[in-house]
Design a protein around this ligand. Structure first.
Ligand code: NAD
Length: 457
């Protein structure tokens, strides 16, 4: 504990030197980080295979490639993002000039989960570095192989009084990290339950937060959808990382007129993508640990399985599984599934589908499959959610021109690309006045000036 406090104070002192502010420093650190990631790329890939059975290709698409691309974007865009941004000046302040001046927040704490253990720790880190901050990194303790390699990447590239890597068990370590040191921002990704603990700890010190949480993200397939494409895209995302993805379709709401046809397509696509024995598939992942394996087995209990359902505890394997119309009261419809189980629920009309969605307010994502633009627009408007897609799922996450984040139960704040830079910056509003002319109207006494003031202001 004393050692940790010493490290945290050293980081604060380093930030206070102002060394992290210059554009050259920021670009240099991003470059060092990039080189270290590339140096350990193979080891990282092996670690992610050991922790979650991810193939090197999947690691590149969802972990390494995303982070390297984010680093490149930041290096290319930093001069523009850091430049003071002029804004119009109001009448009373003319002939002054007004502008927005971004500055670093200070020392930020970044806490990450295990499902994309590298990407979800490093994406916010890249934003924090780009915005000129120091950072403390708390990775997930569940993906142990990846945790070790990430430690090497960080400690070889960045000084510990600039970016501190702090691994350990969350429940034990977070009080040590948060109770005796005031951060300028806390960026947390993980479950809503732990998000509440983090939010309370941050609130005790009036520290602002970004919370990237979970929830049940619905996927609506209307009578006007292209079923073949819908099935392919839903299965591709739902069973990626064995369903352990925060923005995966949690459950399907399918118009009753196309439900049977969609189910046939879904089954055919599962067979096509993962073969008759997905346990042997190159592309199919594993559940992170026994606790989550048993949680998922319990969610399946008593449900009508349309496809899959096989499991193997020794290998932490659960087959891609389709479940028919669970009751609204079933546990599987009350908690985020976060695994390879996909409930398929038929609906007769929009009101009925909406009622299902409203059982779990403010999902992180919403997906609509339809070829009718008016219908898609209606769905976008009637559900409050973080972000989403029309005719695909999860792909909005890959476009850094879109802000990523939840709302309400699914999160607070947003990031990716320029949005990350803004999240980790404070934007100062500056008015630069001229010393001439010096109009007497604004000075005491104001007596007798009301008519003129009403005209001017
Ligand atoms: P988690 O909440 O268990 O863990 C996240 C982090 O919190 C870890 O670093 C862990 O060590 C720490 N932690 C755990 N218990 C703690 C405690 N009692 N006190 C303090 N810290 C604690 O989450 P998880 O299981 O790793 O991740 C799964 C959840 O995260 C899902 O709900 C998923 O939807 C969500 N998620 C959200 C996003 C997003 O971008 N919105 C991305 C990935 C995952």
């Amino acid at each position: 504990m004393a050692g940790l406090t010493h490290h945290l104070n050293a980081i604060r002192s380093f930030f206070n030197t102002g060394a992290t502010r210059s554009v050259d420093f920021r670009k240099k650190q991003l470059q060092l980080l990039k080189e270290s990631i590339l140096k350990h790329e193979d080891a990282l890939s092996t670690a992610l295979f050991n922790d979650l059975h991810k193939s090197p290709e999947e690691v590149w698409i969802t972990e390494t490639g995303m982070v390297l691309s984010e680093i490149n974007t930041c290096i290319q865009s930093l001069d523009e993002w850091m430049a003071p941004q002029p804004v119009p000046t109001n009448f009373v302040n003319i002939p002054g000039k007004s502008y927005l001046l971004p500055e670093p927040l200070g020392v930020v704490l970044i806490i990450a989960p295990w499902n994309y253990p590298f990407q979800l720790l490093f994406m916010p880190l890249v934003g924090a570095i780009a915005a000129g901050n120091c950072a403390v990194l708390k990775p997930s303790e569940l993906t142990t192989a990846t945790e070790k390699i990430m430690g090497q990447i960080i400690t070889e590239a960045l000084a510990p009084n600039y970016v501190l890597y702090a691994p350990g068990e969350g429940a034990a370590l977070i009080p040590d990290l948060m109770d005796h040191f005031r951060y300028d921002h806390v960026f947390y990704t993980g479950s809503t339950a732990v998000g509440k603990i983090i939010y309370q700890k941050a609130a005790a010190q009036l520290t602002p937060v970004t919370l990237e949480l979970g929830g049940k993200s619905p996927c609506v397939v209307t009578a006007n959808a292209s079923l073949k494409v819908a099935a392919k895209r839903i299965i591709n995302i739902k069973f990626s990382n064995a369903g352990q993805m925060c923005i995966t379709p949690d459950y399907l709401l399918v118009h009753h007129s196309v439900k049977e046809a969609l189910i046939q397509q879904l089954k055919a696509i599962i067979l096509k993508f993962y073969g008759p024995h997905p346990i042997t598939s190159y592309d199919y992942g594993r559940i992170v640990n026994n606790k989550h394996f048993h949680r998922l087995r319990n969610l399946m209990e008593g449900q009508t399985i349309l496809h899959g359902g096989e499991h193997n505890e020794e290998q932490l394997y659960i087959a891609p599984t389709l479940i028919n119309a669970p009751s609204v009261e079933a546990a599987i419809m009350k908690e985020e599934i976060f695994g390879p189980l996909l409930p398929v629920i038929g609906y007769q009309n929009d009101a009925e589908a909406l009622a299902w969605i409203r059982k779990n307010e403010n999902p992180l994502a919403l997906y609509i499959f339809t070829n009718d633009k008016k219908e898609a627009d209606q769905w976008l408007q009637q559900v409050p959610f973080g972000g989403g897609c029309i005719n695909t799922a999860a792909m909005h996450y890959l476009n850094k021109n879109l802000p990523f984040g939840g709302r309400g139960n699914s999160g607070i704040g947003r990031y990716h690309g320029r949005f990350s830079f803004e999240t980790f910056s404070h934007i100062k509003g500056i008015l630069k006045a001229r010393t001439w002319p010096d109009i007497p109207l604004a000075y005491p006494t104001l007596k007798g000036k009301l008519k003129t003031l009403k005209k001017v202001i």
